[in-house]
Design a protein around this ligand. Sequence first.
Ligand code: ATP
Ligand code: MG
Length: 443
Amino acid sequence: MNAVNAPKPVEKALQMLYNANMEAYAVGGCVRDSLLGKAPNDWDITTSATPKEVKQVFEGYRVLETGIKHGTVTVLLDGTPLEITTFRVDGQYLDARHPESVSFSRNLLDDVTRRDFTVNTLCWNPQTGVVDLCGGIADLQKGILRAVGEPDRRFQEDALRILRGLRFSATLGFKIEAETAKSILRNRQLLTAVSAERIQEEFTKLLLGKNAAKVLREFHEVIEVFIPELTPLLGCPQHTPYHCYDVFEHTLHALESIENDEILRLCMFFHDFAKPACRRTDKAGTDHFKGHEKAGAELVRPILLRLRYPRKTVDTVTELIAIHDTKAPKSKMEAKQLLRKIGVDNYRALIKIKRADNLAKADPHAIDKKLLQMENYLSEILENGECYSLKALTVNGNDLKSVGISDGPEMHRALDALLDAVIADTCPNEKDALLCFAKTLPR
Ligand code: ATP
Ligand code: MG
C-alpha cells in the first residue's frame, strides 16, 4: 500500500478542524486511490463538526453552502475548494435514490457505514493515519469490491450504487464479492429509478475502465436494463470466415482492444448494434450483415440521446459507427478521397477502430499491413501538404466565376470536378492549370 499524501490545503483544513477539537478525515475515493498509488480525482473531508461549527472554524475564509441540507459546505482554502461534510446518518430512502432526510452525527462509524463499498469507507488524517472501520484495507489488498452491510438493502436504498459497483470493478480491476455480485444482478431493475444523466456518467466511466469487457461479460443484464438494444447481440452468430465470436463477444474484444478514450470506447461498444437486425444467411450457411454500419448509426443515435450524451458526442460516435467498416485505402489517391469525405480526425479514428475491430476477429492481424499503409498515406499527405479538400484547392468560387462559371449547382459541380482531378493527379493544384481545366468542363 502506498502512503497518503494529502495536498497542502487538505492537510491545512484537517489541522484547523483538529485544532478546534473536532474530528476530521479525508475520506472515500481519495484515500482509496492514494493507497493504490493513483492520483485522486477529488478530496472529500468528513468531520464531527456541524456545518455551523465548520463555518466558525473557517471564519474569514469563503465558505459556500453547497449542499447544506446534506451537511456539506465548500471552503475556499488558498484558492482550493474543499468539500467538508458533517458525519451523517441517512434517513429513509423511498425513491431508490435519495434519502428523505439526513441527520448529523458525532460518530465516525455512522458516517462510514452509510457509504457504498468497503474500499470507499477508508479515512485518513495526519494524526491517526488510515482509519479502517469496515474492513476496507483487507478488501483493497485483495482487490475486492464489497457492499458495506447488507447488499440488498444498500442497493435498494440507492440503485445508483449498482452501477457504481460495476464502474469501480471496471476501473480498479477489482472482483465484485459473490454476495454483492448476486445482489447487483437481483436488484438491477431498480436502475430504472436513476436519472439518465447519472447512468450516463457511471456507464462512461465503466467503459473507460481497464476491466470494462470483463465486467460487461459478467453483468450484461444490468446494462440491458437501460440499453435493452444490447440483448439481441448476445449469442448472435457470425458464420463467416472472418469471425470467431458471436456479436456480443466480438464487441467486448473490440472494446478492450482500443485506447480508453470516451468517443472510441463508445464507438466500439455500439459499433455492431445493428448486426442482429441486418443478419442474412445465404444458402451456403454464411452470414452477411450488409448495411449494418448505417443502420447501426441510426439505431444508436436515439440510445445516446436518451442517455443524455452531449450532441457533439452523439454526432461523432454515430458518424464513426456509420463508417467503421470502410475499407482501408489501397492507394494514396484513395486515401485522399477518404480524407475528403471524412476529414483527418475521423480518418485517424477509423484506423484505430479498424485495428480494434480486427483484433476481435478470427485472424487478429490480417489487416495490420493495410492499416500501417493507411497511416503512412496520411503522414505523407500531411507532410507534403497535398491537397485533398476544397479548402486546399488553389482556386475558389470567385476565380471560377471569372471564367464564366455561375454560382449554385454549377459551381459545386465544377469545384468537385477540379478536386477530383487534383486528387487523381490529372491536373496539378495550380491556379492557371485549374482555370484552364475549368474551361473544358461540360456546362
Ligand atoms: P471518484 O471520485 O474516483 O469517482 P469516489 O469513490 O471518490 O470516486 P465520489 O462520487 O467522489 O466517488 O464520492 C466520494 C465518496 O462518497 C465515495 O468514496 C463514497 O464513500 C461516498 N459515496 C458516493 N456516492 C455514494 C453513494 N451513491 N452511496 C453511498 N456512498 C457514496
Ligand atoms: Mg471522489
